[in-house]
Design a protein around this ligand. Structure first.
Ligand code: NAP
Length: 282
C-alpha cells in the first residue's frame, strides 16, 4: 500500500518557514492580485491566495474588476502596479472572462518579469528552460518539493508527465529534467498511453480527466503524482488517478484533494518572497 504524500501538512510546514523568513525582512513583501469578472472558481482561488498571504505576513491588495473593464484598462492597471514600489508580485487570475476581447498573452507580457510571481512571462518561461530561475512555476515546483520532502530523487529515473500545458506539463518536465530524470511527455495524441505510463518510475498526471490513470497503467512501486482537479458526479473533488486501486500498487501517491493543490498555493508565497528579495527588501 502506497505512502500518501501529504501536501496539506507539507504546505503548512512551508507556510511557517515563509512566515519566519518574511518576519525577518525589514519591509513586508507585497502581492497584487487582479481578478477580472465574477467566475466563482477564480473568486475562491483569489480569496485563498489572500488568506495565505495574511497567514504569512505578506501584504496583499486585491483588484476586482468587472468583466467588461476591457484590455486597455487592465493593461493600465498592470502598468501602474509595475511601478509601485510596495508591490513585489503581480498576479492576474486566469482565465480572463470569455466573450470579451482580452488577449491573455499581451496581459502576461505586460507584467514586469521581476514581478511575475506566477512565472508565466516568456522571460521567466525561458529562465525555467535554462534552469536559471528566480520564480518557480508554482504547480510543478510544488511537486518537486513534495518529492524532496519524501526523499524521492528523480535522478536517473524514468519520469512520465501526462499533459503538456504551458503552466503544468511542460515546466514539470523541465524541472524533472534539471534534476537528471529521463523524461517522457504524453498528451492527447499519444498512442497507447498505458504502454508509456507503465514504464514510469515517477508518473505525473496533469490532464483533467477523472480515472484516466487506472491501476493497469501503473508499474508496481511507482511514485504517482496527481496534479488534476476534477469533480465526480456528486461534485466531490478528484484527480486523474483511480486512487484506490492505484494506491494498492504505487509506492507513493498524492491524494486529491490534499496533494498538489495546497503546494501550488504555497509556491506562490515563495515566489513573492523571492520577488521582495529581488527588489532589495532584506
Ligand atoms: P490543460 O491546459 O487543459 O492541459 C491538459 C493536457 O492534457 C493537454 O496537454 C492535453 O493534451 C492533455 N490530454 C488531454 N486528454 C488527454 C488524454 N486522453 N491522454 C493524455 N493527455 C491528454 O490543463 P492544465 O492547465 O495543464 O491542468 C491540468 C489539470 O491540472 C487540470 O485538471 C487542472 O485543473 C489541474 N491543475 C491543478 C493545479 C493544482 O494546483 N493542483 C494547478 C493547475 C492545474 P493536448 O496538449 O494534446 O491537448
Amino acid at each position: 500500500m502506497a505512502t500518501i504524500i501529504d501536501g496539506k501538512a507539507l504546505a503548512a510546514k512551508c507556510k511557517e518557514e515563509i512566515r519566519q523568513q518574511v518576519s525577518a525582512l525589514q519591509r513586508r513583501p507585497g502581492l497584487a492580485v487582479i481578478l477580472v469578472g465574477s467566475d466563482p472558481a477564480s473568486r475562491v482561488y483569489v480569496t485563498n491566495k489572500e488568506k495565505d498571504c495574511a497567514q504569512c505576513g505578506i501584504y496583499s491588495e486585491e483588484f476586482a474588476l468587472p468583466a467588461e473593464v476591457g484590455q486597455r484598462a487592465l493593461l493600465e492597471l498592470i502598468d501602474e502596479l509595475n511601478r509601485r514600489e510596495e508591490i513585489d508580485g503581480i498576479l492576474v487570475q486566469l482565465p480572463l472572462p470569455r466573450g470579451y476581447d482580452y488577449d491573455e498573452q499581451e496581459v502576461l507580457l505586460s507584467i514586469d518579469p521581476r514581478k511575475d510571481v506566477d512565472a508565466f512571462h516568456p522571460f521567466n518561461v525561458g529562465q525555467i528552460m535554462i534552469g536559471n530561475y528566480t520564480f518557480l512555476p508554482c504547480t510543478p515546483a510544488g511537486v518537486m518539493r513534495m518529492l524532496d520532502e519524501y526523499g524521492i530523487n528523480p535522478k536517473g529515473k524514468h519520469c512520465v508527465v501526462v499533459g503538456r500545458s504551458n503552466i503544468v506539463g511542460k515546466p514539470q518536465a523541465m524541472l524533472l529534467l534539471h534534476r537528471h530524470a529521463t523524461v517522457t511527455i504524453c498528451h492527447s495524441r499519444t498512442q497507447d498511453l498505458g504502454t508509456i505510463t507503465r514504464q514510469a518510475d515517477i508518473l505525473v498526471s496533469a490532464v483533467g480527466k477523472r480515472n484516466l490513470i487506472t491501476a493497469d497503467m501503473v508499474k508496481e512501486g511507482a511514485v504517482v503524482i496527481d496534479v488534476a482537479m476534477n469533480r465526480d458526479e456528486s461534485g466531490k473533488l478528484c484527480g486523474d488517478v483511480d486512487f484506490g486501486p492505484v494506491s494498492a500498487k504505487a509506492s507513493y501517491i498524492t491524494p486529491v484533494p490534499g496533494g498538489c493543490g495546497p503546494m501550488t498555493r504555497v509556491m506562490l508565497l515563495y515566489n513573492t518572497l523571492a520577488a521582495a528579495r529581488l527588489h532589495g527588501k532584506s
